[in-house]
Write a protein that binds this ligand. Structure first.
Ligand SMILES: Nc1ncnc2c1ncn2[C@@H]1O[C@H](COP(=O)(O)OP(=O)(O)OP(=O)(O)O)[C@@H](O)[C@H]1O
Ligand code: SF4
Ligand SMILES: [Mg+2]
Length: 335
């Protein structure tokens, strides 16, 4: 039996722009087990969205997956035929976004759009069944008087309600995996908290896995089982939520966590670490974080660090955990 629901192996995604090849994702690997919540954090432009869109087949020209594989339930996503692909994106895996209007069509009623998602999942189902299931879905996402709401258009919904309607549409296919890309960033704090409680609740009820992309470390601490920290299109650290917050190893992660006044508080956004963001058109030969790293060694400048498994399941891509670098007596470069 396949244990992982999702397995990403050495994924590389580039955008071929007139200025050159933008290496947005540079060889990331991770696995996700059924029913788990994986938080992905990292500063703007670190490749969080691009790596997740790749799972859904949403990378368009000039973007291209140039290397690696994505396996879902043991099946190679790139080898799926058209009907498998259709079933995969929408039914097996669904995605929600910061802006619900990415998913909701302003010219159709919410009921019409839910019906379409349900038909995508169940094929020919009766009108009565569609109505019954649509009402169930709107109730599940906490929309009151769902019978009335079905005949309304998205503009008749408030921002928070649109977010709920988008989640209902994503759930129509009963996905095994939900990818949530900054789902609450645009909402005010009270509505954010409600939507996150809703996602947690639904996750418990349905047992679906979630990939949760966010700038908010408080949300990650609250919701995720495991965490991936990205920098410059790579995973610099990954581990359980406990080990990332209480025993982080990578200088970038340490900097992020140090800058948090209170982890338990939501709304604790990543504070940018000093120094310039990395140029994805001209990636450095060595560690991408080197120009901003206070612990940088000479070896970091020209040689990419390998990944070091520092404890059960906790991995860090940093030279500091290589005995050879530590024994060589190298002086710090930036300190
Ligand atoms: N259509 C595109 N054309 C060229 N480059 C792109 C395109 N889409 C994304 N990129 C590049 O890919 C990099 C990674 O983008 P991505 O959207 O994954 O970042 P992110 O981590 O999700 O950031 P944010 O937190 O701001 O959403 C960006 O720095 C950008 O330069
Ligand atoms: S590999 Fe070197 S430059 Fe990169 S994070 Fe580790 S110590 Fe800093
Ligand atoms: Mg993004």
């Amino acid at each position: 039996m396949v244990k992982e629901l999702l397995k990403i192996n050495d994924l590389k995604v580039s955008f071929f722009t007139p200025a050159g090849e933008v290496k947005a994702v540079n060889g990331i690997s991770y696995t996700l087990e059924p029913g788990k919540v994986l938080g992905i954090v990292g500063e703007s432009g670190s490749g969080k969205s691009v790596s997740s869109y790749s799972i859904m087949g949403l990378i368009d020209k000039p973007g291209k997956i140039v290397w690696g594989s994505i396996t879902f339930n043991g099946k190679d996503v790139s080898a799926m035929n058209r009907s498998e692909r259709l079933n995969f994106s929408g039914n097996e895996v669904a995605m929600i976004f910061q802006d619900p209007m990415t998913c909701l069509n302003p010219v159709f009623t919410v009921g019409n759009q839910l019906a379409e998602s349900l038909r995508h999942k169940y094929g020919k189902i009766s009108k009565e069944e569609v109505r019954k299931r649509s009402i169930e879905l709107l109730t599940l996402v906490g929309i009151n008087v769902p019978e009335k709401r079905l005949s309304q258009y998205p503009h008749e919904f408030s921002g928070g309600m649109r977010q709920r309607a988008m989640i209902a549409m994503a759930l129509a296919g009963a996905p095994k995996l939900l990818i949530a890309d900054e789902p609450t960033t645009a909402l005010d704090v009270t509505i954010q908290a409600q939507i996150l409680e809703l996602l947690k609740d639904i996750q418990k009820k349905t047992g679906m896995a979630i990939v949760l992309i966010t700038h908010d470390l408080g949300i990650v601490a609250d919701m995720a089982d495991d965490v991936i920290v990205m920098y410059g299109g790579r995973i610099v650290e990954q581990g359980s939520v406990y080990s990332i917050f209480h025993n982080s190893r990578h200088p970038y992660t340490k900097g992020l966590i140090r800058s948090l006044p209170d982890l338990k508080k939501r709304g604790e956004k990543l504070i940018p670490i000093k120094g310039n963001p990395i140029d994805l058109l001209n990636l450095p030969k060595g560690c991408a974080f080197a120009p901003r790293c206070e612990s940088c060694l000479k070896v970091c400048i020209n040689h990419m660090p390998a990944e070091y498994a520092t404890e059960d399941g906790h991995r860090t891509a940093c030279w500091l955990y290589d005995e050879r670098a530590n024994n060589s007596g190298e002086v710090k470069n930036n300190g």
